[in-house]
Design a protein around this ligand. Structure first.
Ligand code: ZN
Ligand code: ZN
Ligand code: ZN
Length: 426
């Protein structure tokens, strides 16, 4: 099949990827398997290291005791990629290296079997490492990881990374840092990291015309609006629910460029994102790191308590569209769901929908997932008409961002049918 995308020299940005023909919203423009990937350490116990699906109980590799699989079939399929890794994991046991070190090692192992490599539009040699424009502190951090990588690889092939410049540990880790993608499940929860070299040609835009969706480890690049032939294809490297200054700072720090996209140049969303008095929203902004920690630790009671007091009316001079208020509201929703406080969950969820609609004018997976979350609460609490309406809005987005074949879209359609059947009974 002819490729729908091609590489080109993009003025001011180096390389880029563009469409070879006119594209309609919702088209799959490229699908790829990773050059290498691994399950994130934080979900190592819940996700199969072969097919990347989530399971309650998984079979453990008896040798390294780290890798886990759905069953023998998944384990057998993964063995050629895991064999050397297994040896390395055993050699550093009980330590488990960071995700980036494990991914870098998997790239090295993969390159030892060049016959298994698939053709790419962009090669590992060409990927940017940005080692020269990196802050000293960051370089030091990478040097530490680089020592870990060398130690980790020692038992396998101590010389390999020394002889090949692309595989020099420091440069490889720097390339991994700015080029790897987070592999997420249909609900956008992180499950792993992977390197898809051709996709590193995609430049960033805070309002991109494409999104990436994963099925297992397969990456699909999908268009979210109609695109002219030869128009540049873009994705967003970061979450975009932040004001321009924060988006630019994050992009500069992680990806070493100053975003000149239309949204950043015009700063047109900032008045909405920073709505309300600065004194009123500063406490919300400052509380977020602590709230996220409570979320990570599953400390739901405390999380909800703090969110409730921050969002209480009276202190509520901050409009719903303010991004810090929106983040706190999302955290409150998560806490309520985990504490099975459904009415409060729906209250907080419903509050987020208008800001999401404003911030995601083009179809975006995060918007669809949010709608679906709220619709499930509405359905559960018997607000059938609201649920049906919310599900329809979610479907309009998801058929573009996920496609009709995606498991989550099928789930949504089932939910919609269920809802309609129940309404018919009343
Ligand atoms: Zn599996
Ligand atoms: Zn193992
Ligand atoms: Zn931007």
């Amino acid at each position: 099949m002819a490729l729908k995308v091609e590489r080109f020299a993009c003025p001011g940005k180096g390389n880029g990827l563009r469409a070879t023909h006119s594209v309609q919203a919702g088209e799959v423009l490229y699908s790829a398997e990773p050059l290498a990937c691994c399950v994130s350490n934080k979900c190592a116990k819940d996700v199969c290291h072969s097919c990347f699906s989530r399971h309650e109980s998984l079979l453990r590799c008896s040798q390294c005791k780290v890798a886990r699989y759905c069953n023998i079939t998944c384990q057998k399929k993964a063995w050629s990629d895991h064999k050397r890794e297994c040896q390395s994991l055993r050699s550093v046991h009980p330590r488990v290296p960071t995700d980036s070190v494990r991914l870098a090692a998997r790239i090295v192992f993969r390159l030892l079997a060049p016959s298994q490599l698939s053709p790419e539009l962009y090669s590992l040699e060409e990927l940017d490492s940005h080692l020269n424009d990196m802050a000293e502190e960051k370089r030091e951090g990478l040097s530490k990881l680089s020592s870990m990588l060398q130690l980790y690889l020692q038992h396998n092939n101590p010389d390999l990374t020394q002889d090949t410049p692309t595989l020099h540990p420091l440069s490889l880790l720097a390339k991994v840092a700015c080029n790897c993608f987070t592999i997420s499940d249909g609900e956008l929860q992180e499950i792993g990291v992977g390197l898809y070299p051709s996709m590193s040609l995609l430049n960033h835009d805070c309002r991109p015309n494409c999104v990436m969706l994963f099925q297992g480890t397969t990456l699909h690049l999908r268009s979210v609006r109609d695109i002219h032939p030869t128009e540049e294809l873009t994705i967003s490297y970061i979450g975009v629910l932040s004001p321009t200054r924060e988006r630019r700072a994050q992009l500069l720090d992680q990806y070493h460029f100053i975003c000149q996209c239309q949204l950043c140049s015009t700063t047109c969303l900032d008045p909405l994102m920073l709505g309300g008095e600065e004194e009123a929203w500063t406490p919300l902004k400052e509380a977020i790191p602590r709230l996220e920690m409570l979320q990570t630790n599953g400390n739901w009671e405390e999380l909800l308590q703090v969110c409730n007091s921050l969002l209480a009316p009276g202190g509520g001079a901050v409009p719903g569209g303010n991004v810090y208020r929106l983040r706190v509201t999302d955290l409150a929703l998560d806490a309520c769901v985990n504490l099975a406080q459904w009415d409060s969950a729906l209250h907080y969820g419903a509050e987020t929908l208008e800001p999401y609609r404003q911030y995601y004018p083009a179809p975006h997976p995060a918007h669809a997932i949010q709608l679906m979350r709220v619709a499930k609460l509405q359905h559960f609490l018997g607000h059938l008409k609201d649920a049906e309406q919310t599900l329809r809005l979610a479907y309009d987005i998801m058929r573009i961002t996920h496609g009709n074949e995606h498991a989550l879209t099928s789930e949504l359609i089932r939910k919609l049918e269920e809802c309609r059947a129940e309404m018919g009974r009343d």
